[in-house]
Ligand binder design. Structure first.
Ligand code: HEM
Length: 139
């Protein structure tokens, strides 16, 4: 497992592979996204970013699941359905500052801990996601 993790970045194993690939990567991402939004929905620390989202999180859950499946190296579900994500542009209607970015990361890292993800994998995944979250910042 550790050897495989070290291969991320050397373009051998993708995060999708490390999360289980065809044998479970999709289920692992689904579980991560469900837990992420459950935390956002209930933890007061995330209340400001929760308020930016629709009351019903069903579509948000589905879209993030589809996006992350492709982003981690699995099937490009989001792109197949919606085309290019233009992720930063799609976030422009929301005021995303450092605090919003950190709340998003807090939900994601809490979800990874709750699911007892492998420490090294968690660290690498969080590092990469932080880059994306910081890129969404528009304040
Ligand atoms: C930095 C803090 C972030 C905040 C406050 C934030 C907030 C939001 C909000 C309010 C929406 C619109 C409601 C919805 O469709 O769920 C949205 C959509 C979305 N976000 Fe974020 N987001 C953040 C970071 C990220 C990151 C890091 C990713 C990916 C790794 C991401 C992926 C998406 C996707 C895929 C959508 C759906 C876009 C679409 O409408 O097709 N977001 N986000």
């Amino acid at each position: 497992m550790l050897d495989k993790i070290n291969e991320v970045g050397a373009s051998k194993a993708t995060f999708y592979d490390l999360l289980g690939g065809e044998q479970g990567g999709t289920a692992a991402i689904r579980e991560l996204v469900e837990t992420f939004y459950d935390i956002m929905d209930t933890d007061k620390k995330a209340a400001p970013i929760r308020a930016m989202h629709p009351a019903d999180l069903t579509a948000s859950r589905e879209k993030l699941f589809m996006f992350l499946t492709g982003w981690t190296g699995g099937p490009q579900l989001y792109i197949e359905r919606y085309g290019h994500p233009f992720l930063r542009r799609r976030h422009l209607p929301f005021s995303i500052d450092e605090s919003a970015r950190d709340q998003w990361m807090y939900c994601m890292i809490s979800a990874m801990h709750q699911l007892k993800m492998d420490e090294k994998l968690m660290q690498k995944l969080a590092e990469q996601l932080y880059g994306v979250a910081d890129f969404m910042r528009n304040q």
